[in-house]
Design a binder for this molecule. Structure first.
Ligand SMILES: [Zn+2]
Length: 246
């Protein structure tokens, strides 16, 4: 049984290593995705800004036409002034001139606001556009780096996967079945150590009788809480010092 346990322990070590590689690969991929998302967010903002600029430019042009028309009407009424006969007509023309003068002033003020707003939006767009371009360059570099790193990790993973295959074949079928079931149901952790009477898989305290059995190692010991396969780990010197210090 002790020999069988050794095999299971070393199989667990290999599987933990494999899952470490999987996590490292996922991390590499995740970093690239994060960069892509950050760029996408900026591009979305750029699209919004450009649409705003377009709308504002249209309004600016409308305002300009309004201004030009008011000025034209004002000149037209001023020219007509000499032709009017009655005081009523005179008054009516004067009012029109005043109204158009007022409109011309208002549209002029608005024109300045449009210029200011457009300048702000264009500055923001330019900054964001530059930022985007810089990030795109970094993304290309990050992609290259990630591809290289993933290739390296995958090669290492493949190496130990072959090792795993050989080890797994040496384990008894019935134990292998239990082991595989635990690996898939217990987050990749099937074989765990007992330390200070505690199962290091679920961190529950084991009954003293079971701890003794685990220490003896004559049979396959299963944690009553998480069902993982238990083994006794001789405390290392550091751990002994730690427990003395406690
Ligand atoms: Zn447990």
């Amino acid at each position: 049984m002790k020999e069988e346990m050794e095999k299971l322990i070393s199989l667990q070590q290999i599987d933990s290593e494999i899952s470490g590689f999987d996590q490292a690969i996922a991390k590499c991929e995740g970093e690239v995705v994060k960069r892509e998302q950050a760029i996408q967010e900026k591009q979305d903002r750029l699209t919004t800004l450009r649409a705003k600029i377009e709308r504002l430019t249209e309004k600016q042009q409308e305002n300009q036409s309004e201004h030009d028309e008011a000025m034209a009407r004002m000149k037209d009424r001023q020219n007509k002034m000499i032709l009017v006969q009655t005081s009523r007509e005179h008054q009516a023309l004067l009012k029109e001139i005043e109204d158009n003068k007022k409109l011309a002033r208002e549209t002029e003020e608005r024109a300045l606001q449009f210029i200011e707003q457009l300048e702000q939006l264009e500055a923001e767009t330019a900054t964001l556009d530059n930022l985007c371009k810089g990030e795109q360059e970094l993304l290309a570099e990050a992609r290259q780096g990630a591809t290289k790193e993933i290739k390296r990790l995958s090669a290492s993973k493949k190496g130990i996967e072959n090792e795993r295959k050989a080890k797994a074949e040496a384990v008894e079928a019935v134990h292998m079945q239990r082991y595989n079931k635990l690996i898939s149901r217990r987050a990749g952790l099937a074989v765990v150590a007992v330390h200070d009477s505690v199962c290091l898989g679920c961190h529950m305290t084991l009954p003293p009788q079971q701890v003794n059995e685990v220490m003896k190692g004559d049979k396959l010991n299963i944690c009553p809480t998480c069902q993982r396969i238990l083994y006794f780990k001789e405390p290392t010197e550091n751990q002994e010092e730690e427990s003395l210090a406690e």
